[in-house]
Design a binder for this molecule. Structure first.
Ligand SMILES: [Zn+2]
Length: 420
């Protein structure tokens, strides 16, 4: 759609939006029973969107809705049309389940290839994907997108840092797709005692996904790995990566407006903000058939960059900030909801711990979720031992459910003062 005039592009967006809303309201009870932002019931027979601006009259979709309609309640097509089902941890004990039709997967492949092409990746590149199991679906999408531009792909496999580096060097990888945290670990490992010199690597491009990365850490990574960094934005639960991407100017991320409408709203009131102000990023999918996201609250903090980009890409740009609008923790690109952690612990213990806190920590080469919970000072040592054993089970269960390693520590109350 790059050769279209702005008016033609807006018209196509509007038609896609109308078609998506129509499909969602006709096929998904969740959308049928919703009210508009004024609290009035939406009559699907009369409901019309006459301009993109009308979108702001619609209610938001939130992460909690994805769990409430587990597993297939938000699908807008029959199951026979679904070719891939993806599961991710959500905000309740039920995971979020998203589905893709064959058409959806092709759209996604095209979106990823658009983003990779903007990052100057070509058929001559050797592309290595290194993402945590919690971002496994992104690994598949990047593989498909990169193969479609005929790059040579080393698919996502869980490897130790030593093996990743061996592949990076021996296979002459020119593009690495990973999270900022994993890239830092890799760079740190090269700098600490290995005989590997970054100048001996063929790496030229580092695609950073899953978490925003500030200028300073990016400069450091570029210096350490002798590569240029490019930031991509996506949703780890639904539906995938490369929704927004950097161009050669590296000044914000272009949102793929052929497939998504971005809005920035006030975090407190939900009202649209004037262009350029920082708020919550809201996304509406235009081309997704199986799993329509309509005004989805991403929890990501962003602002629109107002001036046009000299790269020629017509898509709007956003600046993406590290701080979130909700209480989710980002661990290696995987979003972890604090309420969910508490639900799992409560489920295992049968009660809510008196005091608890969660934070991201580093265990050797791995980023993990560290959970501290209080133990009663009056517990006997054999009771504490039994509790520790139970916590190991909870750690494994949490790891399985949220896709990142978990370490639970039993602490006495006074330990919390300096940390939580
Ligand atoms: Zn640009």
């Amino acid at each position: 759609m790059h050769n279209l005039s702005p008016e033609e592009r807006t018209q196509i967006q509007l038609e896609r939006l109308q078609s998506t809303l129509n499909r969602a309201y006709r096929n998904v009870p969740f959308h049928q029973n919703r009210k508009n932002r004024k609290g009035e019931a939406i009559d699907i027979e009369r409901f019309q969107i006459e301009s993109i601006k009308d979108l702001s009259n619609l209610p938001f979709m939130e992460r909690k809705h994805l769990g409430e309609y587990y597993p297939y309640g938000l699908f807008a097509v029959p199951l026979r049309d679904i070719v891939r089902i993806h599961t991710a941890s959500g905000t309740t004990l039920n995971p979020t389940v998203s589905g893709y039709t064959r058409h959806d997967l092709l759209v996604w492949q095209e979106m990823v290839s658009t983003a990779l092409t903007a990052s100057k990746i070509t058929a001559h590149d050797i592309l290595q994907i290194n993402l945590d199991p919690g971002l496994a679906n992104w690994g598949r999408d990047y593989k498909d997108g990169a193969e479609s531009i005929e790059a040579s792909v080393i698919p996502n496999t869980h490897l130790s840092i030593e093996k990743q580096l061996k592949v990076l060097k021996d296979y002459k990888t020119s593009v690495l797709i990973t999270t900022p945290a994993s890239a830092s670990q890799l760079a740190g490992h090269i700098g600490s005692g290995t005989d590997l010199n970054p100048a001996d690597l063929n790496l030229k491009t580092l695609i950073l996904v899953g978490e925003p990365a500030g200028l300073e850490p990016r400069n450091l990574l570029e210096e350490q790995l002798h590569a240029t960094t490019w930031l991509h934005y996506g949703l780890s639960e639904v539906p995938g990566p490369a929704i927004a991407f950097e161009c050669e100017n590296h000044k914000g991320l272009h949102v793929n407006e052929d497939n998504f409408i971005p809005e920035i709203v006030d975090i407190e009131t939900g009202e649209l903000l004037p262009e350029g102000e920082t708020g919550e990023l809201i996304l509406t999918a235009l081309t997704t058939r199986a799993f329509p996201l309509i005004r989805f609250k991403t929890g990501d903090r962003a602002r629109f960059i107002q001036d046009t980009c000299s790269c020629g890409c017509p898509f709007k740009r956003i600046e993406w900030f590290e701080e979130r609008t909700d209480d989710m923790l980002l661990i290696n690109g995987v979003k972890v909801h604090q309420k969910l952690i508490l639900l799992h612990i409560e489920d295992a213990l049968g009660f809510v711990p008196g005091r608890y806190c969660f934070f991201k920590s580093q265990q050797g080469e791995t980023s993990c979720l560290e959970v501290w919970i209080t133990v009663d000072d009056t517990l006997f040592s054999d009771e504490i031992k039994a509790l520790e054993k139970l916590m190991k089970t909870v750690e494994d269960k949490l790891h399985e459910n949220i896709g990142v390693p978990v370490s639970i520590r039993l602490k006495e109350k006074h330990s919390f003062q300096n940390h939580c």
